[in-house]
Design a protein around this ligand. Structure first.
Ligand SMILES: Cc1cc2nc3c(=O)[nH]c(=O)nc-3n(C[C@H](O)[C@H](O)[C@H](O)COP(=O)(O)OP(=O)(O)OC[C@H]3O[C@@H](n4cnc5c(N)ncnc54)[C@H](O)[C@@H]3O)c2cc1C
Length: 405
């Protein structure tokens, strides 16, 4: 019987542990927190977007870094397999906008409990693993401080480096590096952006706008949706997704702008402005934009348009009107930095996929060493794809580690 250690009782670790036990292995899960699955409990704002009800191709299209590496693991344990897994464990699921899958109860704890039950026949040790031991290219066990525990195989499921209060403090990177693995520099992804604009727009949420991001004139991102201004800059779904694609440094090389009227091209927008100006023709310009913009944005847009707020609307020239329209189509944002990695939803970077077998998740450098979940250099957009990665790689590692060769 194989004697396996799983480091980390999160999404990947509990899946790996449960399946390895089912396959006849003796399994010990080391989890530094007193509770399992702390990060899962806060996913999806406490509702847990557990996977995405999509095809494998759509899944891979939503993986930002190293999608091809995930092909085997995801084919073997696809989003529909993940859904069957939870539904067969009495967690009914529902599919919402964007194929996002949640428990019907809207309780992330139902997912934590189901995974905890799946791994409940494993030994659970609430300790922090401090080192992994290998001899002649083979795993021999692990350490909790000075105490050595012998194992045939070790699965590193320690997560990334974001939201460290949940337990994921990047320990797995150090373990792997010490055993000769390459760690692609971890950085925050799905992360809010600090800006250099002196806008007083904190708390303003924009819906149905398009966020455009380009680098040296080349489009990097352009999507319609929602975003939010904060005290430090910008956040919200559009910004988080864009951040995952902004891998170039420095970040202030990117040009960002908001199309506040994405449904109208310049000509149609001009017509719309003409109609508003007709309505308010005897007012000052400063009092003529209430139908077009949220109140907080009006002083800013006026400043950028170069038109005096006291100018009578009937006096505004065609050139001035067109300039106003162009500001509405390209409201600028100046990115200066990402928020600290601690605030990132996920970590991009991690153990290089070149050194991991994509079918088994086993290290190509050390036999008996496996990786699963966010610790690997893979990351995806929001929508349930990151938990799907954790479940499919956890499953692959748990199955492979439990096999007797
Ligand atoms: C706020 C937030 C919301 C999110 N929402 C979603 C969502 O709705 N859908 C989605 O798909 N993804 C979401 N994610 C991302 C998702 O939670 C992660 O990608 C996923 O949890 C990664 O699973 P994992 O098992 O690799 O790591 P984790 O879930 O982070 O688990 C790692 C575990 O390892 C333990 N550990 C670490 N080091 C040691 C050590 N040395 N010894 C013992 N134990 C150790 C940690 O305590 C932790 O429990 C969200 C993330 C955040 C932060």
């Amino acid at each position: 019987m194989k004697n396996i250690a799983v480091i980390g009782g999160g999404a990947a670790g509990l899946m790996a542990a449960g399946v390895a036990y089912e396959n006849g292995a003796s399994v010990t899960v080391f989890e530094k927190n007193q509770k399992l699955g702390r990060k899962i409990a806060i996913t999806g704002k406490g509702r847990c977007n557990v996977t995405n009800n999509c095809t494998e191709t759509e899944f891979l299209n939503n993986v930002v870094t190293n999608p091809r590496f995930l092909y085997s693991a995801d084919s073997a344990f696809s989003p529909s397999d993940v859904m069957d897994f939870f539904e067969s464990r009495k967690v009914p699921l529902k599919t919402e906008r964007g194929n996002r899958v949640f428990p019907v109860s809207d309780r992330a704890y139902d997912i934590v409990d189901a995974l905890g039950a799946y791994a409940s026949r494993c030994r659970i040790v609430h300790e922090t693993v401090t080192d992994i031991a290998a001899e002649s290219g083979e795993i021999t066990g692990l350490y909790v401080k000075d105490r050595f525990y012998p194992f045939d195989a070790v699965i590193i499921c320690t997560g990334g480096a974001s939201y460290p209060l949940t337990g994921s403090t990047g320990d797995g990177y150090a373990f792997a590096e010490k055993l000769g693995h390459t760690v692609i520099e971890p950085r925050g992804a799905l992360i809010p952006i600090e800006t250099d604009d002196r806008y007083d727009l904190s708390g303003l949420s924009l819906k149905n706008v398009t966020l455009n991001v380009s680098l040296n004139g080349k489009k990097v991102y352009s999507e319609l949706g929602e975003m939010l201004f904060t005290h430090f800059g910008v956040s919200g779904p559009l910004v988080l997704t864009a951040s995952s694609l902004m891998k170039h440094t420095p970040i202030n090389d990117y040009q960002m702008s908001i199309d506040l009227k994405p449904a109208l091209d310049l000509a149609a927008l001009d017509k719309r402005i003409i109609s508003d100006f007709e309505k308010y023709k005897n007012k000052n310009f400063g009092n003529a934009l209430g139908d077009l913009l949220p109140i907080k944005m009006i002083p800013l847009v006026i400043g950028m348009s170069g038109i005096s707020e006291y100018k009578k609307v009937y006096e505004i020239t065609k050139e001035e009107r067109l300039k106003l329209a162009s500001v509405l189509k390209e409201f600028p944002i100046t990115p200066v930095s990402f928020r600290p990695i601690e605030e990132a939803i996920i970590t991009s970077g991690g153990i290089s996929v070149k050194e991991i077998n994509p079918k088994t998740m086993e290290s190509k450098l050390v036999s008996g060493l496996y990786f699963a979940g966010e610790v690997i250099d893979v990351d995806a957009f929001t929508g349930g794809f990151n938990l799907q990665i954790a479940f499919s790689t956890g499953r692959a590692a748990g199955i492979a580690a439990s096999l007797d060769y």
